[in-house]
Design a protein around this ligand. Structure first.
Ligand code: NAD
Ligand code: TYD
Length: 350
């Protein structure tokens, strides 16, 4: 039996990861360590309540004493580190929380591993979940490989780059066994509606303006979230220790193309007026330091570990639009913060 400490498991990717793995791995234990910030929604994990191999701990990863207690109590073999402040626009408005959670939080977890795994690193692993944004911006051509030089632009990507450096330094200096994945933009169910795709879906459904930054020509490489989760699992199980794997979907699209596809899908799935929906597109002031283009060369994970994405952008986006249309209670709870009452009732005393 392996015990996984999954940080940030109530957020978008972490919840998709747990919903996939907890039922599939009944012989393993999964401890979800989440501060339950605005970006979390415990309703994302409803299906896991009552699973004997799953527990939620409301803990801030930057709180060293609380993390120490978790290691004492659960004796994890593997940390899967998702927890982060993740939204670029928020990092521009308030970078402090990004440094605290992403940099200090990673430091606290690495130190806990070093302390509690001292003596033998046998069967132990720190898996760090990171982003392609650490590489900065591409021009019109080229792709990020695992050897691309770090050149982050935003406070978010700089804080993630710092955390990646800490993980590799703990590997080199203290021989801590680690693996790292740098992934492109994810989309799919359970994503907080501040990110491009869920924001555009919900605004289109509600007839609100669709704010496109600058000219909408920035390019992102989109990957369906469960394809990312499967890649992380594949790397944890079969990847080489001390290695980095880039994960991406070969789905490079300009933002305006993504918005156009969302409009078409919302029109088709709701019976809405296509021309009226198109009229919601609104070009707004660009994001400062806005990276022009991201594109991932995922040939290492494809070649060495046999991973390939299962969803195309067409199938993944259609499923995503359908999910947001069917799950308005989830959307209301996460947008209004109503789940906080549930948190206070269930976790207030801790
Ligand atoms: P998210 O914002 O949806 O969720 C983050 C989760 O971390 C939330 O549940 C939140 O409550 C928790 N959290 C925040 N601060 C915490 C703290 N101090 N202690 C404990 N928990 C805390 O983020 P996401 O999109 O699911 O991203 C997860 C990870 O994947 C991040 O590390 C991110 O950098 C990385 N990543 C994201 C993408 C993407 O497109 N979303 C792409 C590549 C990599
Ligand atoms: P986002 O989902 O914030 O992800 P990231 O910045 O981490 O790539 O944004 C994706 C792209 O969409 C990015 O180029 C910024 C752009 N964008 C808009 O044009 N309008 C919006 O309202 C948002 C949130 C993003």
């Amino acid at each position: 039996m392996t015990t996984y400490l999954v940080t940030g498991g109530a957020g978008f990717i972490g919840a998709n990861f747990l919903n996939l793995l907890v039922p599939r791995q009944p012989g393993d234990r999964f401890i979800n360590v989440d501060k339950l910030t605005y970006a979390a929604n415990p309703a994302s994990l409803e299906g896991l309540e009552g699973s004997g191999n799953y527990a939620l701990e409301r803990v801030d990863v930057a709180d060293a004493a609380a993390v120490d207690r978790l290691f004492e109590e659960h004796a994890p073999d593997c940390v899967v580190h998702f927890a982060a402040e993740s939204h670029v626009d928020r990092s521009i408005l308030g970078p402090g929380e990004f440094v605290r959670t992403n940099v200090e939080g990673t430091f606290v977890l690495l130190e806990a591993c070093r302390k509690h795994w001292a003596g033998s690193y046998d069967g132990k692993l720190f898996h760090h979940v990171s982003t392609d944004e650490v590489y900065g911006s591409l021009g019109a051509t080229g792709m990020f490989t695992e050897d691309t030089r770090y050149d982050p632009s935003s406070p978010y990507s700089a804080s993630k780059a710092a955390s990646d450096h800490l993980v590799r330094a703990w590997g080199r200096t203290y021989k801590l066994p680690f693996k790292l994945t740098n992934c492109s933009n994810n989309y799919g169910p359970l994503q907080f509606p501040e990110k491009l795709i869920p924001l555009m879906i919900l605004n289109a459904v509600e007839g609100k303006p669709l704010p496109i930054y600058g000219k909408g020509e920035n390019v992102r490489d989109w990957l369906y979230v469960t394809d990312h989760c499967e890649a992380i699992w594949r790397v944890i199980q079969s990847g080489a220790t001390g290695e980095t794997y880039n994960v991406g979907g070969h789905n490079e699209l300009m933002n305006v193309e993504v918005v156009d596809r969302i409009i078409e899908l919302v029109a088709a799935q709701t019976g809405g007026d296509l021309e009226a929906l198109r009229g919601l597109k609104t070009y707004v002031t660009d994001r400062p330091g806005h990276d022009l283009r991201y594109a991932i060369d995922a040939s290492k994970i494809e070649r060495d570990l046999g991973w390939t994405p299962q969803e195309t952008f067409e199938t993944g986006l259609a499923k995503t639009v359908a999910w947001y249309l069917e799950n308005d209670a989830w959307v209301d709870a996460v947008r209004s913060g109503a789940y906080r009452e549930w948190i206070d009732q269930n976790y207030g005393a801790r």
